[in-house]
Design a protein around this ligand. Structure first.
Ligand code: SF4
Ligand code: SF4
Length: 65
């Protein structure tokens, strides 16, 4: 079954934490204070983080589970 997961372009992430604040599943952490990391086990693919990101570096990708 196809599911959506958030994917962060880590090189362009500015570590603002906006995505982390809106995630209903607490699936995002700021790794080492440098970039956002998504826990794919927790991510339910709602897309809120991607909408919130001021740098537009989060994309939603289809994954097969
Ligand atoms: S898509 Fe939704 S659940 Fe997944 S990391 Fe973004 S805000 Fe969290
Ligand atoms: S909102 Fe965007 S720029 Fe900010 S920490 Fe999340 S992925 Fe990085």
């Amino acid at each position: 079954m196809a599911k959506r997961k958030a994917s962060v372009c880590t090189t362009d992430c500015v570590a603002c934490g906006c995505c982390m604040k809106v995630c209903p599943r607490s699936a995002i952490t700021i790794s080492g204070g440098i970039y956002a990391a998504v826990d794919e086990e927790l991510c339910v693919g709602c897309g809120k983080c991607a909408k919130e990101c001021p740098a537009s570096v989060i994309s939603m990708r289809e994954v097969t589970a």
